[in-house]
Design a protein around this ligand. Structure first.
Ligand code: ZN
Length: 376
């Protein structure tokens, strides 16, 4: 037991030293490279492509709608000009009408006066003509003359009335055309308002998509950066999810154990990133689960270490080995011998330091396999 305690204390110092080293060399164990991140990046990139496509569609729509608005505005201007022209025509028609009415009135007055003069004493008038005519020929001529004067007056009057009716009809047509134009203007203005509303909506959509694009680009950049940092630190994960089932304890013989995590030891709290299993030198160390070896060799305070990647961001580490039996990139099955127990690195006696991480974060090994001893 005391051996285990010492082992643990030594490793703790090693971990602290490693932490200081990592801090100084600006390494980070907290951001491991993983295929999960790769999947995430691919997903984000797909999302980004979609957002970009959508944004392009919106830009196209916006261009079309802006063109439509311009056309609409031009059409409205045209209608307005037509209405202006129609107004001019109507007002000149009104003037003509006024003039015509005056003419008719004058002509009527003149005719009435003449008729009054002729017929006031109608019989006398005709009698005068009859009496004052020297012969029948003159009488006929005189009567005819009077009738012709009357007829000419009446014809002129008829013509004027006819003309007036025409002008009035023309005015009615112009007014109808003007009201049609006003209706058209109203329609066009309404359509323009609709287009402007759509334009506003599209602009908002564009802004939202732009922000979404920027967010995704930043997220992808962050993943790429995390990947770069992780790659520098040698972290690799297997693609896909861990499907290996329950793990096995890496040491299959009797062993002394030192617990994981924070615990009270004497009067102070201890912290241990893994579980120590002490057994004789050369005791076989077994792979806790199926995976791929991503580290096989010297690993600072961990001495001769093996790290196996199991997928889902899970890695298991076996430290202080006397020898390592696997190579980086090698696939291992659960229970395969991967190393022999030793006391390399920061260690004072033969033991295996068994550590589990997920995406670089420490996990309690007992969450994965049965290990007898304290905390079990
Ligand atoms: Zn340990």
């Amino acid at each position: 037991m005391s051996k285990g305690k010492i082992n643990c204390r030594m490793l703790r110092i090693a971990v602290i030293m490693l932490a200081v080293f990592l801090a100084v060399s600006s390494f980070s164990l907290g951001t491991p490279y993983s295929y999960a991140e790769e999947d995430k990046q691919a997903k984000k990139e797909k999302e980004l492509e979609k957002v970009k496509e959508e944004k392009n569609d919106v830009i196209e729509e916006l261009n079309q709608i802006r063109k439509d608005i311009e056309e609409q505005e031009a059409a409205i201007e045209k209608v307005k000009a037509s209405i202006e022209k129609k107004n001019g025509e109507i007002s000149s028609t009104k003037k003509s009408l006024k003039l015509m009415k005056k003419k008719i009135k004058n002509r009527k007055d003149g005719l009435n006066n003449r008729l009054r003069a002729m017929y006031k004493n109608g019989v006398i008038g005709y009698l005068d003509i009859v009496l004052n005519s020297s012969d029948v020929t003159e009488l006929i001529t005189n009567v005819d003359m009077v009738q012709r004067i009357y007829k000419a007056d009446q014809d002129t009057l008829d013509t004027l009335v006819e003309e007036r009716m025409q002008i009035e009809a023309q005015e009615a047509v112009l007014k109808k055309e003007k009201s049609e134009l006003a209706e058209e203007q109203k329609d066009l203005t309404e359509k323009e308002a609709q287009l402007n509303a759509t334009n506003d909506k599209l602009n908002k959509k564009y802004e939202t998509l732009k922000k979404e694009q920027q967010k995704l680009e930043a997220e992808i950049q962050a993943i790429i950066e995390a990947k770069r940092v992780a790659a520098e630190n040698g972290y690799v994960d297997l693609p896909g999810k861990y499907k290996g089932g329950k793990w096995v304890c890496p040491v299959w013989t009797n062993y002394y154990v030192n617990r994981y995590g924070n615990y009270l030891s004497g009067r102070s709290y201890e912290s241990h990133p893994g579980i120590d299993m002490a057994a004789p030198l050369g005791t076989p160390i077994h792979a806790a689960a199926k995976g791929v070896v991503i580290k096989a060799g010297w690993y600072g305070g961990y001495g001769n270490a093996v790290i196996i990647s199991h997928g889902s961001g899970l890695t298991s580490l076996y430290g202080h080995n006397s020898s390592v039996k696997v190579k980086v990139g090698q696939s291992v099955k659960k229970g395969d011998v991967i190393a022999l127990m030793g006391s390399t690195g920061f260690s004072t006696g033969s033991h295996c330091h068994f550590e589990v991480r997920q995406n670089g974060q420490l996990r309690n090994p007992r969450d994965f396999c049965y290990i007898h001893g304290p905390n079990s």
